[in-house]
Write a protein that binds this ligand. Sequence first.
Ligand code: DGY
Length: 431
Amino acid sequence: MPTTNPTDTDLSAQAREILLKNDRGGYTVPTHGLYPYQWNWDSAFVALGFAAFDSDRAWTEIETLFQGQWTNGMVPHILFRVNDPGYFPGPSVWQCDPARSGAAMPTSGITQPPVAASCVRELWEQEGCRRDHPRMKALFPKLMAYSRWYRRHRDPMGNGLAMVVHNWETGRDNNPEWDEALAAVDTSRVGPYTRKDTSHVNSAMRPTKQEYDRYVALVEFGRAQGWDPAVIARENPFRVIDVGITMMLLRADRDLLVLAHALNEQEAIAELQAHIARAEAGVAFLWDESIGGFSSYDLRACKSAQILSSASFLSFYAGVGDERQRATQLLQLQRVSQDCRYLLPSLAPGSRTYDPMRYWRGPVWLVVSYMVAKGLREAGHHEWAHRIQEDSRNLIRTAGFYESFNPETGAGTGGPDFSWTAAMWLHWCGA
Ligand code: DGY
């Protein structure tokens, strides 16, 4: 029987099916097998996908995510609602006890990009910007507490930039931005462990064993400190300003400010305005003239990572950069677009460590493409926004709902039937 390509209508139906299949009852796993729990930024983006056909379920996704919030305001990167032996490192490795964290379940001890506030603003706007929206109102103090946690524990220079203490916090796990800082992490005390990720997908698409040892060493360090955020912020062997989280946090605070105005929360308005002003001025520090872009910064070695990644282009999403910096970023985008077929690769193709198959060292991830395109559109760069959206659509048409995509061939990389890719089709790039 001749096979025909699915139509866009078929793809929309498939996207909905993926979300429903990955729904574990109020929360969604990123994909079956590889990631069997609730992940922080995955859930926030997934809510946007549900909103296309079930707004009640969309709000529930964010509400269940905040059941994992710690008393100190942090929202962990993984919520372990069940114990799944198919994932490493699971709850027994992290040892984050709900009795101490205040979360409703065991969780990991680190966070992830704080995009929940921006997604809540989207859900709220889609429903008509009602000032008395009860679910938005109930989430608002929790979102504020999360933003405050970042400002209190992850702004060591007091200038609005966001520090990470594990590369997993960035969500862009093995981007070479972390290579040098990770190389300084001592792995000599890491005991034997069994990875599970490489039993789910081809190891050529995952971080290497040497990289993983460092990831595990950082978990062991945090655990030995009882996950005390103050000690970790001071002494962690990996302390890096992440350009990605810095931009997403600034954007989240801008979106929270819109919600604060709607709720007439005067104290929160003043607080957010101060955060925003500080970060707007602070990001200038991340501009690296040698690469012509915003870059992450290693606080221990006091040096820029000197890497142009897809996160560099989030400056548009954050609404920062002076005229010359914006023009330079657009030239960089032009260059990247000439070097690969599909925008936006996670790493510029000319980079030494670029690998179109390996996780965050080259593949396209649609959630980053979405944020960058949104920022570009808001800044008036409609053609670029359109190009990124078209490429994203074509990647799904070509390969399906993969975790990520090879920017040269369009082939799917990582796991299949991925929730946030389905969500991006439904919310943003589906025709
Ligand atoms: C993993 O297990 O690879 C995740 O990215 C960690 O969050």
